[in-house]
Design a protein around this ligand. Sequence first.
Ligand code: SAH
Length: 224
Amino acid sequence: MSKFIDSFRHKGLRRKLVQEVREKGITDDSVLEAMEKLPRHYFLDSSFVEFAYQDKAFPIGSGQTISQPYTVAFQTQLMRVEKGDKILEIGTGSGYQASVLHLMGAKVFSIERQKELFVKTKAFLENLNYRVKVFFGDGYKGLPAFAPFDKIIVTCGAPFVPEMLVEQLKPGGIMIIPVGDDVQTMISVEKNMDGSIVQKEHGAFRFVPMLEKKNDGKNNKLNY
Ligand code: SAH
């Protein structure tokens, strides 16, 4: 498929995008390097390729979006990713955020509640040969069978910090989660070695909502 060609033009556009993200205040080179490597246009439908290298969120079907590159960079930087980190993502969506983490050397586990997106993105990431484990499930519950995680990243707007996710964080671990209704506050939750929790706020962002339960596509009312 033509969308899987990463041309000089794409690479040039991507370099400019990463420069733009850097100028907006992202300083972690490992994040910027991964974003410069990863062809974002692979993650959009081929008819929208020209939108891939703007610093904007974009619809990916099932009413969902691929996050804005700056937001991906911002959340990733806050996680202070180290090679070999075991990371849980809530909201697989297009798989872009998970792929950035994979290219940074993390072992990524990602949960998506929309069946259609789950099926599409799982197959797509396997095609790219990326070592990302994708699960169909409810992000509020996390993945107890694979816990604990070094880092957890939530990429949908949560109404509160789910206790089950905090429990699945290792001592010394970090969770980054946007909390709020229409507009979310980016929150970091750090678990100290003694198990105590420190929360900090990092400004306002806008995400699609974190919804409860799985959606297998059979009940249109749930089809957000
Ligand atoms: N990380 C994605 C951004 C996806 S947008 C990317 O890089 O493209 C947020 C995603 O969260 C949507 O796909 C939405 O379906 C999913 N989502 C919403 N509520 C969820 C929940 N409770 N559990 C898991 N995924 C959820």
